[in-house]
Design a protein around this ligand. Sequence first.
Ligand code: NAP
Ligand code: G4F
Length: 343
Amino acid sequence: MSINQPVSRQKSESKDTPRRALITGITGQDGAYLAEFLLEMGYEVHGMVRRSSTESFDRIEHIHGHIELHQADLLDQLSIITLISDVRPHEVYNLAAQSFVPTSWLQPLLTGEFTGLGVTRVLEAIRLVDTGIRFYQASSSEMFGAVDEEPQTEATPFYPRSPYGVAKVYGHWITVNYRESYDIFACSGMLFNHESPRRGKEFVTRKVSDAVARIKLGVQDSLSLGNLDAARDWGYAGDYVRAMWLMLQQDKPSDYVIATGEKHTVRDLVELAFNHVGLDWQKYVCTDPKLLRPAEVNKLRGDATKARNELGWRPEVDFPSLVRMMVDADLERVEREINEQKL
Ligand code: NAP
Ligand code: G4F
């Protein structure tokens, strides 16, 4: 896929000029769904990608030719300023981050740089180029961490339990701060876990759906997991990117919890996924203490009443449908790979 060289854009606009959006993290799960959604809404979609020795554009391969990619990095301030002044987006969606919680204990400083300070770099670029650009920050339910209150709302105090959660709290507050200091239309979406067939295989839902497909098709024997009692409020990524866009279409910027309001354990997830292919999970799943986290969070369940009332947002895919969707997609992919003799 080709990456654009910097080109300065005409700043004059007519009423027919399509809205321009810039997505950081366009190669990730949410970036791919958001890009598709914005294209459907008639946007001109630009994506920021970092340099890598191998291209990892699988999730956006199908929209290649409809989006423009630009090289920049959350660690490099000048590259972000140059990108925003070249593209001159109306809306910036900051989805890029080191997003895997266990990695944040292995690389806490890098996580702070990407996931925390990276937000300030994007906001600084907007402040310097054009404070009229609308900004969405991908905040997380991990900010709530070890909360007492359940379910969590926009007013629930934060108690992050991982370097990732701590970095996201910084990203959240710097977004609020730039809104209040510079009058930038900046919103923080406090999103609870959201999953899909495009989810990275290191996250528990996809690890399970991939393993179920491989076990069913005879190319894997067992599945090792960590804490089966851990519980999350899991929704569908396709529903959640709609909420991101809705936040930037309001008259006033604000922060919103986006969640289903339901909590399920990893054990529920495993049982549903194995049942879907007619297997008894207890014959295949074992637990490995190495997969336990230094600190766990147990009470994450969101209350999205504000988003429902102000944005008109509600999730459309429920948990059992999500699990079935992910297992079916992995069955199809693993079967194809077996037929192509890749497995
Ligand atoms: P993801 O699949 O892990 O995608 C992360 C994206 O960030 C990838 O495109 C990655 O690019 C990019 N990135 C990482 N470091 C970068 C850097 N230094 N410079 C430029 N790009 C960089 O994450 P996701 O699930 O789509 O989540 C999107 C955002 O929402 C993240 O900020 C995440 O923390 C947050 N969030 C996610 C959830 C969830 O349940 N999914 C919930 C709450 C918040 P490469 O392809 O080059 O690695
Ligand atoms: O799927 P997970 O790795 O997601 P986690 O840690 O909740 O983080 C995700 O959601 C956040 C929103 O709250 C995002 F901000 C973040 O970027 C990311 O997208 O783990 C979910 C739960 C944990 O409690 C974990 O301990 O599953 C438990 N789990 C049990 N066994 C496991 C495993 N998690 C993983 N990744 N792998 C296991 O084998």
